[in-house]
Design a binder for this molecule. Structure first.
Ligand SMILES: *[C@@H]1O[C@H](CO)[C@@H](O)[C@H](O)[C@H]1NC(C)=O
Length: 461
């Protein structure tokens, strides 16, 4: 029956979202007016880590800051949560705050608490996002006035609705100086997808804006995370629509680990993955994930986008390269299902020469590098090969093989041809080609995304 309640809860969410859709058009846009003091608000700010006195930061009582340990020579990071079902601060907040504090050390970390406004109907919570953004802007304005604290030392990190709140905070601050950076962690989709840039997180809101999109799978006309690009660099791990380790097959594992709470964990899994990818970038400094600019998920999966020239690739997470041209760039990468999330990307291009009719072989590749061996990697070819076909595909590995020395390509045809084609061929070092009656590999090229190294086979038919 507990499970029944949870399911009902989820249906209600969907119902709320549908209600939200109806009011979408009529939502009155409040202009971003100037900041007026004094300002009463339901938002509270807490300096992390908290001591016994609970260091709540009051924008009107800034002297409390110093006693709480705020150091105005250090950067300020403000973490803002999203919509809340249970009115409790989610556990990722302290994980992220701890990762920031323990890895960056000389940094002030503040947590925005707008739970009293966030624990309502989703559309109502959405309506509060502007005013919470304004509260953050007030705090930053007070710091600017009383401490001469520069906005460029501020980094806002917002999850879900918190991403748009952070954007609003940026747009309320007037003058030429902007907030240094805003990071949107799977910015919320419902009521924000497709609206004008001033009504959501956008690249105008800070000197630098980055976003990680992890749950953009659409169902019933909505996706939990926003699909469109909203930043200077928009990262789409695993295509952005769903994350490894979050599929329903894992629900039983989650339930056995977390009890019935596991059900909710599964629902939140892909949305919250954005946060854990960011935490990963702080914790695993030697395993920074690289993402590549690409037109769409399909092209990326064919391996054609592994290019790092002219800002075409960037590092996901805290250590991103902030050089940008202004326009939004969509970047893609594959990740593991758990920390460390990094995968190494390789593009393979295999040219087949096939004199017979269309064939659909199954391929297995194994690689030997200066550091490690890959083991067998199966490759699925979705389209039959006919004539002189060149296939391009992406392979990912969870470890760095070093410089590639040896590649083995093994293929099997459909049952009829199996006995003929079943052979192992060593391609590198590049020996003379063996005569093959039905399927011949003409040329293989490999490109390692992370190092940019390219290698080609030299034998041709
Ligand atoms: C503030 O941080 C700086 C390092 O950025 C440090 O040198 C200084 O001692 C700190 N001030 C206080 C009062 O802790």
């Amino acid at each position: 029956t507990m499970l029944g309640v949870k399911v009902l809860c989820c249906l209600l969410v969907v119902y709320q979202l549908n209600e939200a859709k109806k009011i979408k058009g009529s939502r009155a846009a409040e202009p971003n007016g100037a900041l007026k003091e004094p300002h009463a608000s339901l938002t509270s700010f807490r300096l992390f880590p908290e001591d016994e006195d609970e260091c709540t930061v009051d924008p009107l009582q800034l002297h409390t800051l110093t006693s709480c340990g705020f150091n105005s020579s250090n950067p300020l990071i403000i973490i803002t949560h999203g919509w809340s079902v249970d009115g409790m601060l989610e556990s990722w907040i302290l994980k992220l705050a701890t990762a920031l504090k323990s890895n960056l050390i000389h940094v002030n970390v503040v947590i925005t608490d707008w739970l009293s406004l966030a624990q309502t109907h989703y559309p109502t919570a959405v309506k509060s996002t502007r005013s919470v953004g304004k509260d953050i802007a007030h705090l930053l304005q007070a710091l600017r006035v009383h401490y001469r604290y520069p906005l460029k030392k501020v980094h806002l990190i917002g999850y879900s609705l918190g991403a748009h709140i952070s954007g609003f905070a940026g747009s309320y601050l007037e003058g030429p100086e902007k907030i240094g950076r805003i990071t949107g962690l799977d910015p919320a989709g419902p009521l924000f997808e497709g609206v004008s840039p001033s009504d959501r997180l956008s690249p105008d809101d800070a000197d630098f804006v980055d976003a990680i999109h992890t749950f953009t799978r659409e169902s019933m006309g909505f996706s939990v995370g926003i699909n469109q690009a909203v930043a200077h660099y928009d990262f789409y791990p695993n295509g952005g629509d769903f994350q490894p380790g979050c599929d329903l097959r894992n629900i039983y594992e989650h339930i056995s680990q977390h009890g019935l709470l596991g059900f909710e964990q599964t629902v939140k899994c892909a949305h919250e993955r954005s946060v854990h990818l960011f935490i990963d970038s702080l914790i695993n400094k030697d395993k920074q994930s690289t993402a590549y600019r690409c037109g769409n998920k399909g092209s990326f999966d064919r391996g054609v986008c592994l290019d790092c020239r002219r800002h075409r690739c960037n590092t996901l997470g805290y250590h991103i390269n902030k050089a940008h041209t202004g326009a939004s760039k969509r970047l893609y990468l594959k990740t593991r299902s758990q920390m460390p999330y990094k995968l190494y990307h390789y593009q393979f291009r295999v040219q087949f020469v096939n004199q017979m009719e269309r064939i659909q072989p199954s391929l297995t590749i194994s690689l030997t590098g200066t550091k490690e061996e890959s083991g067998d990697i199966p490759i699925t070819i979705t389209e039959p090969i006919s004539g002189k076909a060149s296939l391009t595909f992406l392979i990912t590995l969870d470890r760095d093989l070093g410089d590639l020395m040896l590649l083995k390509l093994r293929w099997e045809g459909t049952d009829v041809w199996k006995s003929v084609w079943n052979r192992v061929k060593t391609m590198i070092p590049w020996g003379g080609a063996e005569k093959q009656p039905l399927l011949t590999v003409g040329k293989i090229s490999i490109k390692a995304g992370e190092t940019g190294n390219k290698q080609y086979s030299h034998n041709s038919i």
